[in-house]
Design a protein around this ligand. Sequence first.
Ligand code: GLP
Length: 242
Amino acid sequence: MAEVIIVKNESAAGELVARSIRALIVGKLDAVLGLATGSTPSPIYRALARSFMERPIDVSRVRGFALDEYVGMPAEHPQSYRAVITREVVEPLGLTPGNIHVPNGDLSTIQTAGLDYEHAIVEAGGVDVQILGIGRTGHLGFNEPGSSFASTTRVKTLTEATRADNARFFDSPADVPVQCITQGLGTILRARHLILLALGQTKADAIAAAVEGPITASQPGSAIQFHAHVTVIVDEAAASKL
Ligand code: GLP
């Protein structure tokens, strides 16, 4: 059973995770972080940036792997996950850009991009701590319902629900890409520690299904039940159906 921690608000959630990541880096200067996008993890990155500013530590060797990326979107596009990770994580935390990897959604190399990414994670020695958000559909990364628990990094088609949720980041809903490249559930499960963060009522069903529901491919979040070291951090609203 996952360890579930209920926090007061998003800043308490951010502080809590930031403290544990800071401690990880202090003990392992070349720690490998699994980075997530979406709005949920932002308080973690903000708290970490504050902590590094107030009490600097050497983060030059920290490495990172993002969960996912849109396919066919130029890396310079402000909503590409490469751009989001650079803006919200690499720059504010002062990480070394060359140490931070994002799946390559470029169409010209898409056939081999998944395997290349898996190799890069293995070469780095695996992910020490994977930060996760969860979608309304229960998706982790972009592993939508139906994804295999053994899946590795590959191209997937986004569900209409996820495209609608992510439309807020784009000028028009039609601009949301149709495909993505995402770490698989199998990839995610190989990280040594999973920290799943969820805030707000809209995540209550997905959290209940992930933590307490049957393990089923229709609820990708339920994959966390296979993992021996999972911390779920939720506010009261996201915990309301547990
Ligand atoms: C996106 C990301 C996921 C994220 C989810 C929830 O689709 N690919 O990694 O967990 O949305 O996003 P939010 O945290 O903004 O609710």
